[in-house]
Design a protein. Structure first.
Length: 317
């Protein structure tokens, strides 16, 4: 009997070890393939964005910006991996945006008003959002998105690589405009884009503040927010971010030349990322898991648009 028991334990241990090795192998494959895919996409974008753009040391400044975007992420990943922490992940994203646009302006000597305002708008946005997310995660004690991946080297590295691609791809139209060899005077279209950016930025800030105030009340710990802008959209902060990047693209358009025009896909990339890849898709799944059985939440979902700000639908009799 003892020998049989030990035999069963040995078999069970062998099976567990095999499953762990298989899981580790899958993580390595996913990490390598995903990292390679986003790097390939970034390379394709760099070809378009560098067309007719300024150069530094015989390399297009647009390409340098891509190198900086991934380089900053990978350098910060080293510390994050050694410390097994994700707490400054969002701060790292903001730092990368700032580094990339300061480099774009300086290396291109892009001191015209359009370039400076575009760069300033993105830096202001990054300076606001990064610290906001950092302190929110710090208060929460951690970021639940990373609980299952921060101890896996390939998956954790992939996440930082994805953030580098997020920085580069979301801002590619702005980077193309700043590094372009074409200088465009400020025109009506620029001010339309600036107005769109201001509107989106205001929506994002207000939505974040409203939710922070809501969460600060102990009685709301297990409740979902449905007041303020959140009565008009289930994700108004994401709506604001999509709108502000659309405004950036409108401001950038007149300065684009040649293949740089293809970088105008940037707002669509933000929309795709916010709705289909992560963003609302993940948050909606989590909300359904928590409140899916709640009739009030079901009524809220039915009456409130997923993303776009719109007056809530009145319940039908």
């Amino acid at each position: 009997m003892a020998g049989g028991h030990r035999g069963r334990r040995l078999v069970a241990t062998t099976v567990v070890r095999y499953q762990l090795r298989e899981r580790d192998m899958q993580q390595w494959i996913i990490g390598i393939v995903s990292s390679a895919a986003v790097l390939l996409l970034a390379w394709g974008v760099s070809i378009a964005g560098a067309d007719q753009g300024k150069q530094y040391a015989d390399v297009a400044v647009f390409v340098w910006c891509g190198i900086f975007a991934f380089g900053v992420q990978w350098l910060l990943f080293i510390h994050a991996w050694l410390a097994h922490t994700e707490k400054f992940f969002d701060l790292a994203g903001s730092l990368t945006y700032m580094t990339v646009f300061i480099a774009a302006v300086l290396l291109s000597a892009a001191y015209d008003p359009r370039s400076l305002i575009i760069a300033a708008a993105i830096i202001v946005w990054a300076l606001r959002l990064g610290p906001f997310l950092y302190f929110r995660i710090k208060k929460a004690g951690g970021d639940r998105r990373f609980h299952s991946i921060r101890n896996s080297f390939p998956t954790f590295f992939m996440t930082w690589t994805l953030q580098g691609s997020w920085v580069y791809l979301t801002s590619c139209a702005a980077l193309a405009a700043v590094t372009s060899s074409r200088t465009a005077e400020l025109d009506a279209l620029f001010f339309v884009g600036l107005g769109i950016w201001l509107f989106g930025f205001a929506i994002e800030v207000i939505a974040d503040r409203q939710k922070t105030a809501f969460r600060a009340e102990p009685e709301n710990a297990q409740r979902f927010i449905q007041s303020g802008l959140w009565a008009w959209s289930r994700h108004p902060n994401y709506f604001g971010e999509i709108v502000l990047w659309a405004g950036i693209a409108v401001m950038a358009y007149p300065a684009l030349a040649g293949w740089q025009i293809l970088t105008l896909f940037a707002p669509l990339w933000v929309l795709l990322q916010m709705t289909a890849i992560s963003g609302t898709r993940m948050l909606e799944a989590r909300a359904n898991k928590i409140w899916g059985h709640d009739p009030d939440y079901q009524a809220y979902k039915k009456a409130t648009p997923l993303l776009m700000l719109w007056p809530p639908r009145r319940p039908t009799a």
